[in-house]
Design a protein around this ligand. Structure first.
Ligand code: ATP
Ligand code: MG
Length: 357
């Protein structure tokens, strides 16, 4: 029996459908070469699902996702749905599917190939060749902890949130980080605020214990969040895998995302449950939708992460090598274009990667 996977496609809104189409093009080429097959089921999500079913993430779509091996998501939202509130917002569809699929770990790799170092807000020599990977806990911590609330009036009015992590929550996300480190350069930097916060002390102790028990082959160090933020700007190349909680990860992964100079290059994955969701870091970019201007690389690289998770690493690496080659050859979408580059459309870039992968 040859290997075969069921993939749910959620193209969504704006440039979502355009970049999904390019990722499917590339996936079909590498899977054929590597000898496995991908069966796609396409469903509406976000604004497209609101228009079709008055619901940004209908239960029938959730069921389809649960039955598949992975979900590829383009982007959701746009000005057409800006007036909607609460559960009717396109973005709430995204939160629903992450929750339904138990996606407790958000993975964000950031790479800066030599050919793009000039686009960085940092000095090119600080970022050239950068290759780091953030594992952010996604369903716990201060964003979800109880108690939370507001009470009182005037100057006596108070609000509070609570950062809570259990040992089980810390261990399961730390495992994700250690496993990815083994596939990469074998180093984890755990980021916390253990000098001030009890919950961070538990975080650090738990990571140390898990490391000693199961992952002592992986290099492990610890940074306080303030120091980590500084190191991200001063010497980001020291990092391989960064492991951190929900709020620190939110901040740190956005900081790392700016290092390469464009959102159009950054893939992400939300994993942990039986089915992972793979989507670009960027949004639906309504300002350039439908014009063939979107950079498809973030989506194509998200598809490569999907293949990693399905243990089809050769095909995943072929995709990444293809993207690197197209960039090294000087082809760029508008977000990255500089004097001397060749401007290419969304579909041209997809074709080039397909041929190079
Ligand atoms: P969201 O709220 O959905 O995250 P946003 O307004 O924060 O959306 P994006 O949709 O990601 O942000 O777009 C931010 C800017 O980056 C826009 O000007 C957009 O055109 C540009 N951009 C985003 N993704 C791409 C891409 N793949 N290719 C080219 N430009 C992009
Ligand atoms: Mg945004």
């Amino acid at each position: 029996m040859s290997r075969s996977y069921n993939i749910t496609l959620l193209p969504g809104d704006g440039i979502g459908p355009e970049v999904i189409a390019e990722s499917v093009k590339v996936l079909d080429a590498v899977s054929e070469k590597a000898g496995f097959s991908l069966n796609y089921t396409e469903q509406n999500a976000g604004g497209a699902a609101i228009d079709a079913h008055s619901d940004p993430m209908p239960d029938s779509v959730v069921e389809t996702c649960k039955k598949s091996d992975a979900v590829l998501l383009g982007a959701v939202g746009g000005p057409k749905w800006d007036e909607l509130t609460g559960a009717m917002r396109p973005e709430s569809g995204l939160l629903k599917i992450r929750k339904e699929l138990g996606a407790f770990a958000n993975l964000r790799p950031v790479t800066v190939p030599e050919s793009l170092a000039e686009n960085s807000p940092l000095r090119p020599e600080t970022v050239a060749g950068l290759d780091l990977f953030t594992v952010r806990e996604l369903t716990g911590g201060i964003y979800f902890g109880e108690p939370r609330g507001t009470e009182g009036e005037g100057d006596e009015k108070k609000s509070w949130n609570t950062m809570v992590y259990s040992v089980a929550e810390i261990k399961r996300v730390a495992r994700v980080a250690f496993e990815w480190a083994r596939k990469r350069r074998n180093k984890v930097t755990s980021v916390d605020k253990a000098n001030v916060l009890d919950v961070s002390r538990l975080w650090r102790d738990t990571v140390i214990e898990l490391h000693a028990a199961e992952y002592s082959d992986v290099e492990l160090d610890h940074l306080y969040i303030d120091n980590a933020a500084m190191q991200m700007v001063v010497n980001p190349r020291q990092f391989d895998v960064i492991l951190t909680g929900n709020i620190f990860g939110d901040i740190l992964s956005d900081a790392s995302a700016t290092l390469g100079g464009s959102l159009g290059l950054l893939p992400s994955a939300s994993v942990g449950g039986p089915v992972g969701i793979f989507e670009p870091v960027h949004g639906s970019a309504p300002d350039i939708a439908g014009q063939g201007k979107a950079n498809p690389f973030a989506m194509i690289l998200s598809a490569a992460m999907m293949l990693d998770t399905l243990n089809e690493s050769d095909a995943a690496n072929a995709i990444r090598a293809g993207v690197d080659k197209v960039l090294a050859d000087g082809y760029r979408s508008g977000d990255l274009w500089k004097e001397g580059n060749t401007l290419a459309s969304t579909t041209e870039l997809g074709d080039l990667v397909k041929d190079a992968a």
